[in-house]
Design a protein around this ligand. Structure first.
Ligand code: NI
Length: 200
């Protein structure tokens, strides 16, 4: 296993549409090693997820893992999830998202280091994918984890959160910590997602 270099905003690989994985090859040493490297790189960088293009591999694989975050005790952890050839479908409304159908949060990205921006997304999605053994599975996720899986799968289409963020909400991390109060950082159905605020 190896910690890989993470591509930063401006690298063309982040803007390419990634190729589907041939399921016959998913159990190959090469792809299994890639998945292990993605997990190790995500954990090392404290990311909630990582998509293969972020480590210069233009294939449709993403990994997600959220551990208990002391700053957001109301956030349910997400166990390690490996998505091969994922397809995400919104399970709410149309293009104009009512607040009840939306999760809105200041997202960040390991490939856009040091920046946060507010993104509004459908709060309920269905995801079909294959696991690392090539077995198909389906997830129905809502709230913050729905936002995370949409963010990661966007990477496979060359889309970054800054494309979807309210441009006037963009902020560097230091200014985010200073000026965006905890109760405005994550809104699910218009309601703040938080617990006891902790000094940062
Ligand atoms: Ni990202």
């Amino acid at each position: 296993m190896a910690i890989r270099k993470i591509a930063q905003l401006g690298e063309p690989v982040l803007r390419q549409r990634a190729s589907p994985v041939a399921l016959a090859e998913i159990r190959s040493e090469k792809l299994q090693a890639l998945i292990d490297d993605m997990i190790e790189t995500m954990r090392d960088a404290d990311g909630a997820g990582l998509a293969a293009p972020q480590i210069y591999e233009s294939v449709r694989i993403a990994v997600i893992e959220v551990e208990q975050n002391p700053r957001y005790p109301a956030l349910a952890p997400v166990p390690l999830t490996i998505l091969v050839n994922p397809v995400v479908t919104s399970e709410v409304g149309g293009s104009e998202l009512a607040s009840d159908d939306a999760v809105e949060m200041f997202e960040g990205c390991l490939s856009v280091a040091g920046v946060r921006g507010r993104v509004r997304r459908p709060r309920r999605v269905r995801v079909t994918a294959h696991d690392r053994d090539g077995k198909p599975f389906e997830l129905r996720w809502e709230g913050v984890r729905a936002a995370i899986v949409q963010h990661e799968c966007d990477h496979l289409d060359g889309v970054l959160f800054v494309d979807r963020a309210d441009p006037r909400s963009l902020t560097f991390l230091r200014e985010y910590e200073r000026h965006v109060p905890l109760e405005r950082r994550i809104l699910d159905r218009g309601q703040p997602v938080l617990g006891a605020p902790k000094a940062s």
